[in-house]
Design a protein around this ligand. Sequence first.
Ligand code: UT7
Length: 329
Amino acid sequence: MNKITAAITAVGGYVPETKLTNADLEKMVDTNDEWIRTRTGIHERRILRENGKANSDLAVPAIQEILQKTGLNPLDIDCIICATVTPDMVFPATANIIADKLGATNAWGYDLSAACSGFLYALTTGATLVESGRYKNVIVVGSEKMSAIVDYTDRNTCIIFGDGAGAVLLQPNTEGNGILDSILKSDGSGRAFLHMKAGGSLKPASVESVMAREHFVYQEGKTVFKFAVKGMADVSAELLERNNLSSNDIAWLVPHQANLRIIDATAERMGLSKEKVMVNIQHYGNTTSATIPLCLWEWEKQLKKGDNLVLAAFGGGFTWGAIWVKWAY
Ligand code: UT7
C-alpha cells in the first residue's frame, strides 16, 4: 500500500467587509499613506467592527466555504485545529466554539498558539493526524481578530494588523501529494520583542494593567524585522536544500504577510522571481495566522496539481518555519 500523505483538498477564506485604509489611520495617529506603503506595502486592512462578533465568526464562514465547495457534511469533520492568538475567550478553545457553530458535533479540536507561524505549526500537526491513518477530515484554520488587541493610538503597531481567517481541509492522499516536509523552529528568548504584557498568568488583568494599555500588541519592530528577514529566508533555503529542490522546481512561495520588504528578501534568497510570490498584504495587512491560508484562498484557481509550494513564516515567540506542499488538485 502507498504511504499516506496529508493533502490540502479545499481552501476557504473570509475577511470582514469594513476597510481601514491608510487615509483612515492618518486621522487617528501621526502617520501617512506614503510611509505605510513604502515601509510595509500595506494600503488597507479589514476590521471586524460589529459588537458581539469574535474570532470564531471569521473562522466559521471560512470553513463553511470548504463545506459548500466539497459537499462535506459537518458531521464528517474529525478534528478542527485553530491557529490563533486572538481566541474568543481564554478558554474554552475557539476550536470548540467553531465546532459548535458549524454543527461539527463529531469533531474534537484545539487552539494552537504560535503567533504568525501558527498556521504552519497547525498544518504540520494536522498533517500528522491524517498521516497516522486515524483521521480522514481535518480542518486547519488560521483566524485572527487582531483589531481586538491592537492599540489604535500606537502608530508603531496599528498600521500593520488586520482581521481575517483562512482554512484548509486535509485529507489522506496516496499519490504522493500534500504536506511533504516541514522545518519548524522556535526561540522563546524573542518574546522580549513581540508580546502582550498583561492578561496572562504572569500579569492578570487589573485596573492598573488596563490603564497602562498592557492588553495590546507590544512590538519592537526594527529588532523583529532583522530576525524575520534572516529567519524566514534561512529556513526556506534550508527546506529547498534538504529536499534537493531548486528555485526552478518551485511554482509558488506563500509567505507570511508581515512586511513586503521581508517577503522580497526571502524570495531573493530563494532565487524566485516576483511572479512566483503570493502577495496580498496591500489589501489585508498582517492577519497573523491567517495570512498564508488567505493567500492560498486567493490563488486557489491558479494552482495546479503537482505544483510545488513553499509556505514560510516568522513571528512572535519567536517562531518560524517553512513547509513544502505538493498541490493535490
Ligand atoms: O508578523 C509578526 C512579525 N512582525 C514583523 O515581521 C514586523 C517586523 N517589523 C516591521 O515590519 C517594521 O519594523 C515596521 C513596519 C514595524 C517599522 O518599520 P521600520 O522601517 O523598522 O521603522 P522604524 O521602527 O525603524 O521607524 C523609523 C522611523 C522612526 O522615526 P525616527 O526615529 O527615524 O525619527 C519612527 O518613529 O519611522 C517612524 N515611524 C513612523 N512614521 C510614520 C514609526 N511608525 C511610523 C508610522 N508612521 N506609522
